[in-house]
Design a protein around this ligand. Structure first.
Ligand code: ADP
Ligand code: ZN
Ligand code: ZN
Length: 728
């Protein structure tokens, strides 16, 4: 048989914001470089790391201009397998993002560099027969060696264990290996030793059976369960089955949800340490997890959005917890929806994907209602705890001091007297959202954004929460020189001060981003709260997610009314989700909980539906509104965003783009200013492309974008495309 016809040219992705792949010649033809291998290639006047992602018989370039690959960086197995290469290629096309950036985004940062190599498989040190004989003899002079042998006599020693023992562990252990007393083995795969879980509730059993029936093939399951209904318990059972079947499981959680608490729960229950992957880890740690996923050593992978692209040579299951969470959508650079790509990847891999949440996104809910996803509902709390009672506090009819109504203050006092805990939710950090002059009406606004500066009284600064610009707090009004500057409105710091004065006999804990710049302090604080003594928790949405505070029986929501005025059609959906998530913190243990929501719109129909009938009824009503307005999920959108220092440049570009020919179904609307027109000193506008079908939108984009890129105006602004955008 003849050798397969060789493609003389490689298609190489280079991590640059360029729409193309580049053609190179194989250095040592006829040996083909496998797909997914990193190569060093000459590019411009430097060498760069590239990734082989295709082959070509003919190039569009003249033969003389095609350069050769300098060096193959990955010998042996290619870095990315065919499945990942294909998935990333699909992503680049679907999201219209430069392929080089998409491929390299999927690599751990260490492997984006030319020196980066896959680390060797970890080893462990085992005692040999000669070693145990040595242990029979007296200790002698080499005390450290003897100590290590003794440690090894109770089981193989991992590198982590040795490192913890002594910084000189390498010398000592190598010496023992030379003497034949220890032997280096590739470290064994951690085996699962699952603890017995609680007996499942009827609802959990039904959901588990339905999802288990689909193990081994693709199916998307919505696990639509109220907070505390035992979704995590269902995940754990599925993971045990998948791991026992010799397959890998990937669990994705929101950025804010990956707490040591969760990792502990998984490892205690499964008797196996999950391999963790997120952007907060060091380069070395990320590389280790990635390499272990690829070699199959890691069986359970737990991470945030970026973990979606971990290699899975033996895939069994993908789980996404809190799947409605906004952090699953990447909002800059390669703007992808991890939820949508997870479903696509599961389908490619032929494994089930579970989307767990108490508040499904409207997109997921509609897919469940149409029967495209399995719909598994958990409506009861697993521990037997009751659902919280809701109260709506009409703010138009009561006295309120600094945003706290009298009935709410009374309810807080009563709860603390009973020895229980209170959570007060306010989604605004800082002391006051506005600093205002009571003489002339001047207020501190950001010089770079269309936004007010937030007063951070503790640090004596004004900070813009949109661009992080800071400036000192003026003593006098910069306009009229009056000594009349005051805060308007409340932030968490003010609430902390206020509640601290009113309820000075109990501890108060503030949870927001300003509080937890130091690592570990968050854990320390949640630990204090979990001891169960009466206290007040004040915080932002940091408190809304995933944390289990069994002694909290009263949740107060100060204000979510802004959503009713927002121009973003998703604002009400997000408000409902946040409200239900916060409310879910109440009464998770035996004592029933109460949620009080302060509002100026107590008779808003959507709010009445949410409070009276629950999230599903609320979301169904919202879906009906979206259907009538032909908004997603009843249509498909993409936006073309442009920004520049000057409005004229932005408008000129978008007007030219809007005038380009759009073939197919999609229609172009706009240009419109972004919801915050000026941010970080740049003016931002967008065009909206909308179509009734996903394929129609894709087709139109494919025809339209090349024309847009070719516009001379496009070179004078910064522009980007966002497919299935979540923000405007
Ligand atoms: P969710 O992930 O839906 O918020 P969890 O899985 O965290 O819910 O469960 C909430 C609480 O109920 C946890 O303390 C958990 O240990 C407990 N729990 C879960 N399933 C059961 C069950 N079948 N029987 C008793 N307790 C359960
Ligand atoms: Zn003034
Ligand atoms: Zn700003």
């Amino acid at each position: 048989m003849n050798p397969p016809a060789l493609n003389p040219y490689l298609r190489v992705a280079i991590p640059l914001p360029l729409a193309d792949l580049f053609d190179y010649r194989c250095p040592e033809a006829p040996v083909e470089i496998p797909l997914g291998t990193r190569v060093l290639v000459p590019f411009g006047n430097a060498d760069r790391v590239g990734l082989v992602c295709g082959y070509r018989q003919k190039s569009d370039l003249p033969e003389s201009r095609i350069l050769s690959v300098r060096r193959v960086l990955d010998e042996g197995k290619p870095l990315l397998n065919g499945e990942l290469v294909a998935l990333l290629r699909w992503c680049a096309t679907y999201y219209r993002h430069p392929p080089g950036e998409v491929y390299f985004n999927a690599l751990p940062p260490a492997l984006r560099k030319r020196k980066g190599r896959i680390p060797a498989e970890p080893v462990e040190y085992c005692l040999t027969r000669a070693g145990s004989e040595r242990l029979e003899l007296p200790v002698g002079k080499a005390r450290r060696q003897y100590e290590l042998l003794e440690m090894a006599s109770s089981g193989p020693l991992t590198v982590e264990r040795l490192r913890a023992w002594s910084s000189a562990w390498t010398q000592v252990s190598e010496r023992l290996v030379e003497q034949g007393w220890l032997r280096k083995n590739p470290s064994s795969r951690a085996a699962i030793r699952a603890q017995q879980g609680p007996t499942l509730t009827a609802e959990q059993s039904v959901a588990l059976a339905a999802i288990s029936a689909d193990l081994g093939k693709f199916r998307c399951h919505l696990l639509d369960g109220v907070t505390g209904s035992g979704k995590t318990e269902v995940y754990l059972r599925l993971i045990v089955d998948v791991l026992k079947a010799g397959r890998q499981a990937l669990v994705l959680v929101p950025e804010i949800g990956l707490t040591p608490q969760l990792i502990r729960r998984f490892s205690e229950r499964l008797g196996l340490q999950p391999a963790v992957y997120h952007s907060g880890l060091s380069e070395g740690e990320r590389l280790r997890t990635w390499a272990d996923a690829r070699s199959g050593r890691a069986r359970l992978l737990l991470g945030t959005r970026s973990a979606l692209f971990l290699p899975l040579p033996e895939p069994g299951l993908i789980i996404m917890d809190e799947s409605h969470d906004a952090s699953f959508k990447q909002q800059d650079g390669f703007r992808f929806s991890a939820r949508d790509v997870a479903v696509k990847r599961a389908s490619d891999l032929g494994v089930p994907v579970v989307l767990g949440t108490a508040t499904p996104s409207l997109e997921s809910l509609r897919n469940a209602q149409r029967g495209r996803y399995g719909w598994n509902r958990l409506r009861q709390r697993a521990s037997g705890a009751k659902q919280p009672r809701w109260q709506v506090q009409d703010m138009r009819t009561v006295n309120a001091k600094h945003g706290l109504s009298e009935p709410v203050t009374g309810a807080i006092a009563a709860t603390l007297e009973r020895g229980e805990q209170v959570l007060v939710f306010l989604n605004r950090r800082g002391y006051a959202p506005v600093l205002l002059c009571h003489e002339c009406g001047w207020h501190a606004s950001c010089r770079q954004c269309d936004a007010n500066m937030t007063w951070h009284r503790n640090d004596r600064v004004l900070i813009c929460h949109h661009c992080t610009y800071r400036q000192p707090v003026p003593h006098l009004c910069p306009d009229c020189r009056a000594d009349a500057l005051q805060g308007a409105g409340e932030g968490t710091q003010q609430l902390e001060q206020l509640l601290g004065q009113r309820f000075d006999s109990v501890p108060l804990y503030r949870f927001d981003r300003d509080q937890f710049s130091r690592k570990g302090s968050f854990e320390a604080m949640t630990g204090e709260v979990r001891k169960g003594q009466p206290c007040i928790l004040v915080g932002t949405q940091m408190l809304a997610k995933g944390h289990h505070f069994p002694a909290v029986t009263l949740v107060v929501v100060l204000s979510l009314d802004q959503a009713f005025y927002s121009a973003d059609f998703r604002a009400t959906e997000r408000m409902g989700q946040l409200l239900i998530q916060v409310a879910g913190r109440a009464g998770r243990a035996q004592s029933p909980g109460t949620v009080i929501m302060q509002t100026h719109h107590p008779d808003h129909p959507l709010l009445e539906t949410l409070v009276g009938e629950g999230y599903e009824a609320f979301a169904t009503a919202l879906l009906e509104e979206r259907r009538l307005a032909k908004l997603p999920p009843f249509s498909f959108q993409a936006v073309l965003r442009a920004e520049a220092a000057k409005r004229e440049a932005v408008q000129a570009m978008l007007e030219r783009a809007a005038a380009c020919c759009v073939h197919g179904e999609a229609r172009v609307h706009g240009p419109f200013p972004a919801l915050m027109e000026r941010r970080g000193g740049r003016v931002r506008w967008y065009l909206l492309l909308q179509s009734e079908t996903r394929s129609g939108l894709q087709q139109s984009l494919g025809h339209w974008l090349p024309q847009v890129s070719a516009l001379p105006e496009a070179r004078r602004v910064r522009w980007s495309v966002d497919v299935d955008p979540q923000e405007f």
